[in-house]
Design a binder for this molecule. Structure first.
Ligand code: GLN
Length: 451
């Protein structure tokens, strides 16, 4: 243990953004490689000192009997946890408006614009300088998209790199703990501490795969792939302008920008929502008031589960539960299998265009391929809360459609980071092959230098 000193931090945090669900009273200053950095954990990551609510009314008084592995590792490395961050309930959403604790205000704007989601509190806390870094979780973009909206770095590592022990599951085959920070050195230091195999997490990347990636040397000239399927009609003019300025600057500096095609990107949105709704229906079935969650009263045992779920869970959670249970039923046909097929195709297409081998499934790599893929992280800047709500009232799909930009990296399980462009209101997303996280961080830092 590095915690030799038990000096208490005097400063109380002020949170004008509703970014935090709980604030740790007199947190202890740690000692170690991450001291004196302060951080907040998305409130679906367990800590024993405060409730872990997942932003759900069902868990508002739930105390975990143990700290998540990531919390322990960061504590041992001297980082000081100062609070727990707001989110969309259980991570289901893209705006942090699906929270039992209210929406998060984006710190970049005077007017109320959404912070993005589902890790809206984690991104806003870093952007508003309530802490040095935060952890979020990213199932389909929940670290990258709010980071893009709030003007900070949002890194989703390769699936399986960071332990999910003590992280409430949304969709087990996608959930990835991610890091939000204002600069690369903090992302790197934090990643070095939590990028560890954990035998308690059955989905953790095993040591024999971890050992395959070697040193991440950046070539003098980067080959950057621009997947044309990301250049969708919904991208706003300003986003395209910011994005092309960065690409032009990179070309002027001698890097190569190559158009590439990954046709399965077009099918990723429905494939993702099919798979994660099934995952959510299964993961969230434990919040029934018996195993976890509110207890409305034991008088009517036969109705206790439906009553608890009706009271405790929000609309989006209920919607996904219905959708997911339908997908998993025999009546739904072969949706799940087809969605899995799209996921497999996308991985094959990525293996074809990327230079690095995919060590998970032992591919060779394409010597003429690109080092990284880039795309805008979101269609545009953070919408105002009124515009966002109106768009969702007009069609529920409007709440999901933006995710098309971040979902492909989640389906592929590959590492991806959102880097703020010139005026911080837009993010550029950089992705690379499964497991090449350290290469990705170097390449993204280089790309940031050309914004
Ligand atoms: N918006 C996406 C969803 O609701 C992604 C959420 C996430 O990554 N946790 O599923």
């Amino acid at each position: 243990m590095h915690r030799l000193s038990s000096r208490r931090l005097a400063t109380a945090i002020k949170d004008p953004y509703n970014a935090l669900i709980s604030i740790r009273q007199s947190p202890k200053q740690g000692e170690g490689p991450l001291a004196p950095l302060t951080w907040v954990a998305k409130d679906n990551i367990t800590t024993t000192e405060e409730p872990t609510t997942c932003a759900s009314a069902a868990l508002k008084n739930y105390y975990s009997p143990f700290d998540a592995t990531v919390v322990k590792l960061l504590d041992e490395a001297g980082a000081t946890l100062v609070g727990k961050a707001n989110l969309d309930e259980f991570g289901l959403g893209s705006s942090n408006t699906n929270s039992a604790f209210g929406p998060v205000k984006n710190p970049l704007y005077e007017e109320f614009r959404v912070a993005g989601g589902s890790s809206g509190g984690s991104a806003a806390a870093v952007s508003g300088e309530l802490c040095d870094f935060s952890l979020g979780t990213d199932t389909g973009g929940s670290v990258r998209q709010p980071s893009s909206y709030c003007g900070v770095l949002g890194f989703k590592p390769t699936y399986g790199r960071i332990s999910r022990w003590g992280v409430a599951a949304y969709a087990q085959g996608f959930d990835t703990v991610g890091i939000v920070a204002r600069d690369f050195s903090v992302i790197r230091k934090t990643f070095d501490v939590i990028d560890k195999y954990d035998e308690k997490d059955v989905t953790a990347m095993p040591p024999w795969i971890r050992n395959k990636f070697g040193a991440a040397h950046l070539p003098k000239k980067l080959r950057i792939g621009v997947p044309r399927e990301f250049l969708v009609g919904e991208l706003l003019e300003e986003t395209k302008k910011e994005y092309s300025t960065t690409l032009e600057n990179l070309m002027k500096a001698g890097h190569t920008v190559v158009p590439v095609s990954l046709p399965s990107i077009k099918k990723s949105l429905p494939a993702y929502y099919t798979l994660v709704s099934a995952g959510a229906a299964s993961s969230l079935s434990r919040f029934d008031g018996v195993r976890y969650g509110v207890l409305v009263g034991p008088e009517y045992p036969e109705t206790i589960i439906p009553e608890n779920r009706a009271h405790g869970l929000g609309t989006e959670v209920k919607r996904r539960t219905l959708l997911g249970n339908f997908t998993l039923s025999s009546e739904s046909g072969d949706h799940f299998v087809r969605a899995t097929g799209i996921r497999e195709h996308l991985v094959e297409e990525m293996n074809d265009v990327l230079q690095f081998p995919n060590h998970l499934i032992n591919t060779e790599g394409n010597p003429d391929g690109v080092h990284v893929l880039v795309a805008p992280t979101a269609f545009g800047i953070a919408p105002t809360i009124e515009d966002y709500k109106l768009a969702c009232r007009t069609s529920l799909v409007n709440g999901y459609i933006n995710d098309i930009m971040t979902i492909p990296a989640s389906l592929a399980g590959c590492p991806s980071i959102s880097v703020p462009m010139r005026n911080r209101r837009y993010g550029i997303q950089v992705m690379t092959q499964y497991g090449f996280d350290r290469f990705l961080l170097k390449a993204a830092e280089l790309i940031e230098a050309h914004k």
